[in-house]
Design a protein around this ligand. Sequence first.
Ligand code: R5P
Length: 292
Amino acid sequence: MSELSVVSGKSSENLAKELSKTIKANFVKSEIRVFPDGESKITLIGKLSKKKSIVVQSIYPPVDTNLVQALSLITKAKENSSEVIAVIPYMGYARQDREFLPGEIVTMNVLGKLFKSAGASKIIIVDIHSLIGLKYFTIKTKNVTAIPDLVEYFKKLSLKNPLVVSPDQGGKERAKEFAKEFNSDYIALEKTRDKKTGKVKIKTKNLAEVENRDLILVDDMISTGGSIIKATQFLKKQKCKRIYVACTHALLMNDAENKIKKAGVTSIISTNTIPGKTSKVDISKTIAKAIM
Ligand code: R5P
């Protein structure tokens, strides 16, 4: 038996399978039965390594269910293996990393405590929303970037005089990194978000430099699609050519994919941190590098 086992949560089964092949680990599958009241009953199929287990489970919707499953898998892995690494490709709650309005609970702080007490000694996350979220963990942390993998995909497309665009100033560094790997220019729009309603607005006015160019809108995640839709509507008015979207985590809530396409986006490309129609980029080799 391998010295390593990859314990696959249901939300990341394919990614965990790819990862186990790359790192030559024993693959341990979880079977889930969800009771009528919403509780999950998890059964592991396969043998856990005595030495090291790697639990892989993204925390996308149903967020709390996937979170409890992740913590349960880590707890069980720790009963068998002396070392447990938690790979959380998409870290739900990462946007709740500070008190934006008085009285708000910083849920990332709660998660930091939970992952430690479940038994993980290290956590690997792909493109966490902000590095601030990592400060709540007292175990080792590693944030892995999916940008080189996304760039590889985009290099295969024939784009016309491409320009990388971040929909907001918060994503400027991400756009810069993407542009550097892609060998192009980049810009960042000015976006505001109402802290109560969540509604977004683009504050940038005229932008002649996008005219007649293909654009790649780069973001860490798409949830409702509000940020991408507003940016697309603005950029189309500035007479750009095609708009592509590159993002790590495509949650695409409430028919967001159709709404984004309707706004004028040619194609959305995301990674398999969240499996779905747009997840064309496999991130397992990059995660493997962070483990080995
Ligand atoms: C915001 O700072 C993030 O980077 C994303 O732009 C945002 O969370 C996406 O959410 P939505 O799709 O709901 O606008």
